[in-house]
Write a protein that binds this ligand. Structure first.
Ligand SMILES: Cc1cc2nc3c(=O)[nH]c(=O)nc-3n(C[C@H](O)[C@H](O)[C@H](O)COP(=O)(O)O)c2cc1C
Length: 318
């Protein structure tokens, strides 16, 4: 990839990594609506190094994902180095991102994710190793504002000094999980403290909010996670300032998403798509009956026909 594919001259709109959601089928439909950068689900560096076939399949990208970022998690410098070497052998990856934000006990217990915010020298040596080992254009880091308390400026400076090319900031501490108020002032302070590009993240779900966050923080882009679940078209809305999406476009993209799930996962895609049916059908009359029906079928064509019929005929109620 040339650097032209990922430039920070204009604010960029990034799909956040969401384990269990932002798989290849979902990213490929989001990309159609103009996301500038898509990121894989978090991959365990240990699982990569042990050659887990599930983890290796999670690296695969859709042909329209250009540029493409792969996120890894880990806490051991040697394992991270080996994981990056494995990613070096894969074509089509432009960014390797380090997860320094995951609050989940299983990840934190292994010293990975947001745990790294408690050990900045280790976080720094992991980033330096990634940068030195990677043959990709960019090394990036996704952080929170701190573990229990905010120490966001120290964290951001270590990220920058260790050689990262840009960072994404989820504006909460680990203690704030996914619910405390997002501290956009802290993101603004990080932007003022470092020279590398800063992407703002947390609770951005509309054109107005994205515009306000970009203006308030001075960030070089915004990253959207939960706002895209059930609404992959949000990137079109964010970039064009419209809230309208034609119901036929929605209908077609939901079916396309379903088809890509079946292509990628085989008939198990039916089960994997259930959670998306739940989010796509929110606000439609008869949504709960659809969800119950879909939870009972396992055969792709039968499930597809139910979804097709529902979105062709159902009215929105809110
Ligand atoms: C279900 C779920 C899975 C997530 N998985 C990841 C992940 O794999 N890697 C990561 O860095 N952050 C992950 N996050 C955090 C999001 O990337 C994002 O920082 C957070 O949800 C705040 O942004 P939002 O309000 O736009 O969703 C996850 C969040 C949720 C809700």
């Amino acid at each position: 990839m040339s650097k032209k594919n990922l430039s920070f001259e204009m604010p960029i709109y990034v799909l956040a990594p969401l384990a269990g959601y932002t798989d290849l089928p979902f990213r490929s439909v989001v990309k159609k609506f103009g996301a500038d950068l898509t990121v894989s689900e978090m991959l365990s560096s240990n699982a990569l190094v042990h050659g887990s076939s599930k983890t290796l399949s999670m690296i695969e990208k859709s042909p329209n994902e250009d540029p493409y970022s792969v996120q890894i998690a880990g806490s051991e410098v040697d394992v991270i180095k080996r994981a990056v070497e494995i990613l070096n052998e894969q074509e089509g990856i432009d960014v390797i991102d380090l997860n320094c934000g995951c609050p989940v006990p299983k990840i934190v217990g292994h010293g990975s994710g947001s745990s790294l915010l408690l050990n900045l020298p280790l976080m720094g040596s992991i980033i330096r190793t990634m940068k030195e080992t990677s043959n990709k254009e960019f090394t990036s880091v996704k952080i929170r504002l701190g573990f229990e308390k905010k120490n966001h400026i120290d964290i951001a400076k270590v990220v920058e000094d260790s050689g990262a090319d840009f960072l994404a900031v989820h504006g909460r501490t680990r203690a704030g999980k996914f619910k405390s108020a997002v501290d956009y002032d802290a993101i603004k302070e990080i932007k003022a403290a470092v020279k590398i590009p800063v992407i703002a993240n947390g609770d951005i779900d509309s054109y107005e909010k994205a515009k306000w966050v970009l203006e308030h923080t001075g960030a070089d882009g915004v990253m959207i996670g939960r706002g895209a679940v059930g609404a992959p078209w949000i990137f079109h809305q964010l970039k064009s300032g419209t809230n309208e999406i034609d119901r036929n476009v929605k209908h077609a993209i939901i079916l396309e998403h379903f088809d890509k799930m079946i292509e990628f996962y085989g008939s198990y895609g039916v089960v994997m798509f259930r959670k998306h049916v739940h989010t796509y059908s929110k606000g439609y009359s008869g949504a709960s009956a659809l969800r119950q029906s879909v939870n009972r079928v396992a055969e792709p064509q039968e499930c597809r026909a139910m979804i097709d019929d529902f979105f062709r005929n159902s009215e929105t109620v809110c």
